[in-house]
Design a protein around this ligand. Structure first.
Ligand code: BYC
Ligand code: FE
Ligand code: FE
Length: 480
């Protein structure tokens, strides 16, 4: 017998002609064992032999992209899927606006493009690493399933970037693909590239905040890269965005369910004052001021991911046509921005004021502003749950200058309301605004697993409906 031909199309769902691309097959074959090693050692801790009710994307058609079945995570079929090509697509912005989109890497922008793809790729496994210990304290099998769904899809997002590196960037692309498996979230020697991806995700409220805020940075950045003149990147990102929506759903509904459990417990116990933290905590739920502090933390960490408000890198990406603005193709201007300005909040003579700066340099600020708008919707709906229960309390997004480590505000201290503070005042009030050791200890005390089907830990309300219409007591994860 001749050697068995591997059936790539069955093993790796794809619409990139993998079966007929021996070069790409060889690169992937070399990378794949390292990926599985990484998944087993740095992916979800435990539960690898559990049967999890997961959706797998097997094609980009409407019916194909979300097949639900019980799967052991290491056997998940991570695929390589691009959104359909758009006929006659052109470069949407910058010096080459209106020219046909590139199907190959434009030589002059190769290094820039590779860097963007590597940074995007680096965040995906980082988030899996950050979340790896959460399975053991899942508040329900429904939540455990959602965690693992997010994890396998972030794994697939890594594949998506590795595909681009291997297919379009030759030897250095293959080297970068290996490096993506070697850096580690939180490592001293080889940290992940961006700040927020080296932070811990120690508890489930952090997980929900992360998927609400930080996965939303994923959405905004993917939207901007979906506008790339490099068409394979654009198509990859467009497909990833479909999965991203679920991650943000997990975050939005997760926080909402936490808020709901809290206010319901307060009503039942006859507690009127949300700031009576001790009384609320005694009910085994998370008090609203702590939820506000967690919001402050995750929102500000995520704002840092947009880079400096003013950035020549961002101007270069845009001019080159390799990264656009949010909804670039729907904006009505010349898409070159040569003489345009954009208002950016800056520190001038000891005060925060809005200053018009060249629009090209303000693209990070602009995407960040679009992000803030996008964040507000869910927060407003969380607040409706609080108001409907009769409490005078609202979760607020802090001022963009609050708790920043990157960019215009990295050297100053600002209250959540935007008031500039002397260092001593900040130090004195920090614990009002960011999670304290006591907050963390309380949350940690609640992180007890609940693995009985249809049961939920007391600090979180059940979801309003099951995944794919499944009943409340559905066995989403079959533990071995
Ligand atoms: N931490 O001009 P600057 C996701 C670096 S999330 C550390 O200010 P630029 C996901 C920067 O690299 C989306 N370093 O910013 C979510 C530069 O270094 P070099 C991820 C930082 O370059 C949840 C220097 O500072 N995708 O997908 O305009 C779960 C000066 O840079 C940070 C992307 O980010 C930081 N926070 O913009 C799973 C898209 N910020 O070049 C997944 C690709 C900046 O001087 N990346 N630096 O060595 C980009 O578009 C840009 O690289 C950034 C930064 C927007 C990140
Ligand atoms: Fe992702
Ligand atoms: Fe995500």
């Amino acid at each position: 017998m001749t050697s068995q031909k591997v059936d790539y199309d069955a093993l790796i769902p794809n619409n990139v002609g993998l079966a007929d691309d021996p070069k790409l097959q060889r690169a992937l074959e070399e990378w794949h064992p390292g990926y599985i090693d990484w998944w087993m050692s740095m992916g979800p801790d435990g539960f690898q032999m559990a049967d999890v009710y997961l959706r797998t994307a097997i094609s980009v058609e409407n019916e194909g992209w979300a097949k639900f079945d019980f799967v052991k995570m290491p056997e998940y079929r991570w695929g390589i899927l691009l959104a359909p090509a758009v006929d006659g697509r052109t470069i949407p912005c910058g010096a080459h606006v209106g020219e046909p989109a590139w199907q190959e890497v434009p030589g002059e922008y190769r290094a820039m493009l590779r860097r963007l793809i590597v940074i995007q790729g680096d965040t995906e496994p980082a988030s899996v690493e950050q979340q790896r210990f959460l399975g053991a304290t899942a508040p329900s099998l429904y939540d455990m399933r959602n965690l693992f769904q997010v994890n396998v899809e972030e794994g697939r997002h890594l594949w998506a970037m590795v595909y681009l590196l291997q297919k379009y960037f030759g030897r250095d692309g293959r080297e970068e693909a290996h490096e993506l498996l070697r850096r580690q979230s939180g490592s001293e020697e080889r940290p992940r590239m961006l700040g927020a991806f080296n932070e811990e995700t120690p508890d489930w409220l952090s997980f929900f905040m992360f998927t609400y805020f930080t996965d939303r940075d994923g959405k905004m950045q993917l939207e901007a890269l979906a506008q790339s003149g490099f068409d394979p990147l654009s198509r990859t990102c467009r497909f990833m965005l479909a999965e991203e929506a679920h991650h943000m759903f997990v975050g939005y509904t997760g926080v909402r369910r936490v808020v709901k459990a809290t206010v319901e417990a307060m009503v039942a116990a006859g507690i009127d004052d949300p700031s009576d933290i001790e009384a609320v905590r005694a009910l085994g739920v998370i008090d609203l001021p702590t939820i506000q502090r967690k919001t402050n933390l995750h929102f500000s960490l995520t704002l840092d991911l947009f880079g400096s408000e003013e950035s020549t890198n961002a101007a270069n990406f845009f001019n080159a046509g390799i990264k656009g603005r949010y909804h670039e193709d729907k904006l009505d201007d010349d898409h070159q921005l040569a003489g345009d300005t954009y208002p950016v909040s800056k520190l001038v003579d000891g005060a925060l004021v809005s200053v018009e700066v060249p629009a090209l340099n303000a693209l990070n600020a602009r995407l960040r502003d679009d992000f803030i708008d996008d964040c507000q919707g869910g927060v407003t709906r969380w607040n409706r749950v609080i108001a409907d229960a009769g409490f005078d309390f609202a979760i607020r997004l802090p001022h963009p200058a609050f708790n920043r480590k990157i960019g215009e505000f990295s050297g100053i201290e600002v209250s959540p309301e935007g008031e500039l503070l002397a260092q001593a005042d900040w130090d004195a009030r920090r614990d009002e605004w960011l999670p304290t050791a006591a907050d963390r200890a309380h949350i940690e005390s609640l992180m007890q697993s609940e693995f009985r089907p249809g049961e939920f830990a007391g600090w979180i309300a059940p979801p309003s409906k099951g995944i794919k219409g499944q009943p409340e007591d559905f066995l989403y994860v079959k533990l071995p």
